[in-house]
Design a protein around this ligand. Structure first.
Ligand code: APR
Length: 233
């Protein structure tokens, strides 16, 4: 029994990290084209890094919540389990999840535009903005995927394959508006998976779900776990 999960910003909402499109979402306060595109970064790397530095500090202070912990428990109890996330906050890993595929990169990763080195930089706040490469002194960029950029090929290919093979596909806390990640639940459904959703609001995935729980991640995942246990006992 293969269980595959796709998470979005909603699973980190209960850790105090704002989502992007909800009522108090980040894209209501900031313009994504000014902060989360290669053009925005090339135009003003300092402004873009100030925004990421603010998000990094917020995330550094945040703790994984019950929803993250339940998914880590599921990984330990279900042999054939994978977690695909759109989130860059690293909270799944801090909750103990190991089999994590990060489709949009990781906010703690930095990549040098000069020597191409990529490494983890956990300083929050950053000592210098924009930060410079520890190897060559070149300009660093956040190790995340921006609008208009392609996703890491290996991560995306693995995510497509897992979605095709899933017997149960669980979608948690995503508005399912950003592709190619949003395609994954539909691939799973077309391939015969049982589709379960946890989201306080309806999404484009809702009509295709076998079960759609109008709940927050922590509450909804407890119920989804019970539902899944029936099939993985
Ligand atoms: N529990 C579960 N879901 C929640 C909660 C909660 N406590 N609070 C909000 N949500 C839901 C919202 O209803 C919404 O459907 O989480 C979803 C968040 O949607 P978005 O803000 O669009 O986040 P996401 O779907 O992850 O965005 C995808 O867009 O901006 C880019 O790269 C960014 O990875 C991100 C991608």
């Amino acid at each position: 029994m293969k269980v595959v999960v796709l998470t979005g910003a909603g699973i980190s909402a209960e850790s105090g990290i704002p989502t992007f499109r909800g009522k108090d979402g980040l894209w209501n306060k900031y313009d994504p084209t000014q902060l989360a595109t290669p053009e925005a970064f090339n135009k003003d790397p300092k402004l873009v890094w100030e925004w990421y530095d603010w998000r990094r500090q917020l995330i550094a202070k945040a703790q994984p919540n019950e929803g993250h912990r339940i998914l880590a428990q599921m990984e330990n109890s279900i042999k054939d389990f994978w977690l695909i996330t759109q989130n860059v906050d690293g909270l799944h890993q801090r909750a103990g999840s190991k089999k994590v595929i990060e489709l949009h990169g990781n906010i703690w990763k930095v990549r040098c535009l000069k020597c191409r080195e990529e490494y983890f930089e956990y300083k929050a706040p950053l000592e210098e903005i924009p930060p410079k490469c520890k190897y060559c002194g070149g300009l660093l960029r956040p190790g995340v995927v921006w609008f208009g950029e392609s996703l890491p090929t290996d991560a995306l290919e693995k995510a497509f394959k897992l979605s095709e093979e899933a017997d149960i596909f669980l979608v948690v806390g995503t508005s399912a508006q950003v592709y190619p990640a949003a395609e994954l639940p539909f691939i799973a459904k077309r391939s015969g998976a049982k589709l379960i959703e946890v989201n306080p609001e309806e999404t484009p995935v809702t009509p295709y779900c076998d079960v759609s729980l109008r709940e927050s991640a922590s509450t909804g995942l407890k119920k989804a776990w019970e539902e899944i246990r029936k099939y993985t006992a």
